[in-house]
Design a protein around this ligand. Structure first.
Ligand code: NAD
Ligand code: UDP
Length: 315
């Protein structure tokens, strides 16, 4: 079995490379290193079943040979990155998705789209289930990402309905783990970096906004199951951990687990920052027989040594 992973040098993509190689697949990784790093994948370069292509998916896309599966994960994911690369984010989730879907059609490959809980915007209902249509600003600062993901979903469904491409849409909720760029601004790497260096932990707003964090090992299992299950073409599935907590509580947990003496510093809340986010994962449980195994403390305890090693070395 042969899989193409776009965004292979990124956080989730590099963990997917590892998973599919372990499961015996031939893996083609593709990335332009916009936000990903070669460090994340260099351990696989010697693997006989791994090929890497440095390429921008917004260009015409073709790979030689057969493909059974395309995992389309290329796209800046941290708010800091997608607000810096506004137009590129919109291009990769429109033109890039178009190219990846076109290749899936050509190769008769299954297609898994990395979508996001951001399609729900600042949700008015909680938890968010797949039938909820969201509350997204088409012109706000997060729209470059939110609307691009919504377009990617619509385009994927068009390929499913018009060309019969076996598309599956993963609505991924906040995920964390090793290989996240610790300077990408996302809350867990940011808080870990600040706590490890003894710098103030920057909580935006009063910290009452919530998120629900999924450990990467659970997420990789979910994506794998979504990709191999038969008979679920055209399905949209929330993937995430439903354990919801406030960002202030997260800061306190990270301070505690790292044994940090950092103070908590409150900064203004960014515009359109969603107030609540919690996945309803009943569909994933039913369709994929999947639910997360790691609670937040267990996941954080596994990643803290990795972050400590790199952050203390780099500074
Ligand atoms: P990441 O930034 O670590 O990885 C994205 C990768 O895509 C990077 O390696 C980057 O260089 C690559 N890329 C960007 N533009 C490209 C292009 N034009 N051509 C080729 N490669 C390109 O982000 P991540 O957290 O690993 O997210 C991966 C996917 O999962 C994204 O589509 C993201 O929207 C989605 N997602 C992630 C989360 C999360 O919590 N991590 C949540 C929801 C959705
Ligand atoms: N956040 C914060 N301090 C930081 C970084 C983020 O308080 O240094 C907050 C942010 O405002 C949001 C939450 O943490 O409410 C999650 O932010 P992240 O950038 O990780 O992703 P989002 O879920 O907003 O896409």
């Amino acid at each position: 079995m042969r899989v193409l992973i776009t965004g292979a040098a990124g956080f989730i993509g590099s963990h997917l490379v590892e998973k599919y190689l372990k499961e015996g697949w031939e893996v083609i990784g593709l990335d332009n290193f916009l936000t990903g790093k070669v460090d994340n994948i260099e351990e696989f370069f010697a693997h006989p079943n791994f090929t890497f292509i440095k390429y921008d998916v917004t260009n015409f896309l073709y790979v030689k040979g057969s493909l059974d599966l395309i995992l389309h994960f290329a796209c800046p994911a941290s708010p800091l990155h997608y607000m810096k690369h506004k137009i590129h984010t919109m291009k990769v989730d429109s033109i890039g998705t178009l190219h990846a879907l076109g290749l899936a059609k050509e190769k008769k490959a299954r297609f898994v789209l990395a979508s996001s809980s951001e399609v729900y915007g600042d949700p008015e209902i909680t938890p968010q289930h797949e039938g909820y249509r969201g509350n997204v600003s088409p012109v706000g600062p997060r729209s470059v990402y939110d609307e691009a993901k919504r377009f990617s979903e619509a385009l994927s469904m068009a390929y499913y309905r018009e060309h019969g491409v076996d598309v599956r849409i993963a609505r991924i909720f906040n995920t964390y783990g090793t290989k996240m760029a610790f300077d990408d601004g996302r809350v867990i790497p940011n808080f870990l970096k600040q706590a490890i260096l003894g710098e103030p932990i920057t909580v935006f707003g009063d910290g009452s906004q919530t998120r629900s964090f999924c450990y990467i090992k659970d997420m990789v299992e979910a994506i794998y199951k979504l990709s191999i299950k038969e008979g679920i073409a055209g399905e949209v599935v929330n993937l995430g951990n439903p354990d919801e907590l406030t960002i202030l509580k997260l800061a306190e947990i990270i301070k505690d687990l790292t044994g940090s003496s950092s103070v908590i510093k409150f900064l203004p809340l960014p515009e359109d920052d969603p107030k609540r986010r919690r996945p309803d994962i009943s569909k994933a449980k039913r369709l994929l027989n999947w639910e997360p195994k790691y609670n937040l403390k267990e996941g954080l305890e596994e990643v803290i040594p990795w972050f400590k090693k790199r952050i203390l070395k780099k500074e």
